[in-house]
Ligand binder design. Structure first.
Ligand SMILES: [Ca+2]
Ligand SMILES: [Ca+2]
Ligand SMILES: [Ca+2]
Length: 101
């Protein structure tokens, strides 16, 4: 679904592209950040706090994409730079997919 080049895996560029589109879709009031209402159930308050280095309670697109990068690295268990179906089916894989949809 996020596999733009159709090779059966998601690389970081594909993940960030999907996450960027997802950010734009969630960002309903167009103030440039996602607040906890816009994030809805996508992140727990604790996850939001951890992803929010400036502690203003909202995520800019850069902060959102940094979180995607972090979760991508966590899910890429064989460190080949792509996520395959097996890696996406893990807890860490599901955590990154939540940021892309
Ligand atoms: Ca907003
Ligand atoms: Ca922030
Ligand atoms: Ca991998």
């Amino acid at each position: 679904m996020y596999d733009a080049d159709g090779d059966g895996t998601i690389d970081l560029a594909e993940a960030k592209k999907a996450a960027s589109a997802s950010f734009d879709k969630l960002e309903r009031d167009h103030d440039g950040t996602l607040d906890k209402h816009e994030l809805a159930r996508r992140l727990t308050p604790r996850e939001l706090a951890a992803a929010d280095p400036d502690h203003d309670g909202t995520l800019t697109k850069d902060e959102y994409l940094a979180l995607v990068e972090q979760r991508f690295a966590a899910a890429d268990q064989d460190h080949d730079g792509t996520l395959d179906a097996k890696e996406l089916d893990t807890r860490a894989g599901k955590a990154i997919l939540r940021l892309l949809k």
